[in-house]
Design a protein around this ligand. Structure first.
Ligand SMILES: NC(=O)C1=CN([C@@H]2O[C@H](COP(=O)(O)OP(=O)(O)OC[C@H]3O[C@@H](n4cnc5c(N)ncnc54)[C@H](O)[C@@H]3O)[C@@H](O)[C@H]2O)C=CC1
Ligand SMILES: O=C(CO)COP(=O)(O)O
Length: 346
């Protein structure tokens, strides 16, 4: 059994700490908000982010990062993408041994257009970084922490490290972990599905039905696979847990913050008001900006992403964005991906 630090005391960090504690590990969860950490230590509950879940006694909260990582070899990084660099810089300062960093966040950094594993490699000195592993897949904290059957994927450039993380998290009762060596595909699928979930929430908010949602999910996956393949992902990854799997759960679950935010936008609320209301991270907003920039840079057609970008940042109405998608020039369903795959072969 291992001593493991979880950095980020939000819903996902708390739920993953819960799984690790269930698996017999000594879990140290670090957060920057004293009242959350006090609640975890004194009441064994994270009232703000995971209300109603009784946390195991073997999970201890810390506000000192130095104390939380003392004697630890594996760190789970579970903060929103926007906070990743700041937390890594603090971690770099206090780390005394090489760490395996397991990141579980779903985003891409706007402007630098880096994936999170690339940000980790950039921020951590090689002497303090053993391996980078990504844990991703269709998994809402609310269900995982109620021990409901869930499947995810562990991915790394070093498959031994991915398998070690698979063993740490795998729980025969409710948490099944697969492996996949395609780091790019796993990270791109996890990040970009949030864009499509925002769009699915919007069409639901506008009062459109299941046909519209199925169209968005299918054509959304096509544009995720197009961009992912250009960036070097294995296209097959997008038919797996971190592709279609996560797309399904995020576009259809009431737990999804991205879907809920989109739903409010579709009902006519302003973005700022929606984000203030949510009180939790809605990764899809920044990821839309990053994916829009990637699509421009690599000249990849991403009409749904582009339409959502206009709704979020150019004040285009949700209804006008749907109309613009429906009136696009006719095309062949598989044309672009077939071209990209053809180019990769040659
Ligand atoms: N909630 C879920 O079911 C799942 C979330 N994820 C991903 O996990 C990541 C984290 O999401 P959640 O835990 O859901 O978010 P959340 O909004 O529930 O919690 C975020 C936590 O990060 C903390 N935080 C923010 N900035 C910080 C900083 N600079 N330093 C230290 N802590 C900081 C907040 O105080 C909060 O405790 C996101 O990328 C999300 O996409 C992935 C799978 C499932
Ligand atoms: O990534 C998730 C589920 O797999 C969480 O999605 P939301 O951030 O939309 O809640």
């Amino acid at each position: 059994m291992e001593k493991i630090a979880v950095l980020g005391a939000g819903s996902w960090g708390t739920a993953l700490g819960f799984v690790l504690a269930d698996n017999g590990h000594d879990v140290r969860i670090w957060g920057h908000r004293q009242e959350i950490i006090d609640g975890i230590n004194e009441m064994h509950e994270n009232k703000k982010y995971l209300p109603g879940v009784e946390l195991p006694m073997t999970m201890r909260g810390y506000t000192s990062l130095e104390e939380a990582i003392l004697g630890v070899e594996t760190v789970i990084l579970a903060v929103p993408t926007k906070a990743i660099r700041e937390v890594l810089q603090s971690l770099e300062e206090v780390a005394t041994n090489p760490l395996t960093i397991v990141h579980v966040s779903k985003g891409i950094e706007p402007d630098t257009l880096l994936r999170i594993s690339e940000m980790i490699e950039q921020e951590m000195e090689p002497a303090k970084l053993q391996d980078v592993v990504i844990l991703s897949g269709p998994s809402h904290a609310e269900e995982v922490s109620r021990r409901q059957p869930t499947t995810v994927t562990s991915s790394s450039k070093n498959m031994k490290a991915a398998e070690k993380v698979q063993d740490l998290f795998n729980n025969h009762q409710y948490f099944r972990v697969y492996t996949n060596p395609d780091v790019i595909g796993v990270e791109i699928g996890g990040a970009l599905k949030n864009i499509i979930a925002l769009a699915a929430g919007i069409t639901d908010g506008l009062g459109y039905g299941d046909n519209a949602k199925a169209a968005l999910m299918t054509r959304g996956l096509a544009e995720i696979a197009r961009l992912g393949s250009v960036l070097g992902a294995n296209p097959l990854t997008f038919s797996g847990l971190t592709g279609i799997g996560d797309l399904i759960v995020t576009c259809t679950s009431v737990h999804s913050r991205n879907w809920r935010a989109g739903n409010m936008l579709g009902k006519g609320h302003k973005l700022e008001e929606v984000l203030d209301n949510m009180g939790m991270v809605v990764e899809g907003v920044r990821t839309t900006k990053a994916a829009y920039q990637l699509a421009e840079k690599y000249d990849v057609k991403m009409p749904i992403t582009q339409a959502l970008y206009d709704v979020l940042f150019n004040d285009v109405s949700a209804k006008a964005a749907v109309d613009s998608l429906m009136s696009r020039t006719k095309t062949h369903e598989m044309e672009d991906l077939a071209n990209i795959l053809g180019e990769r072969k040659n």
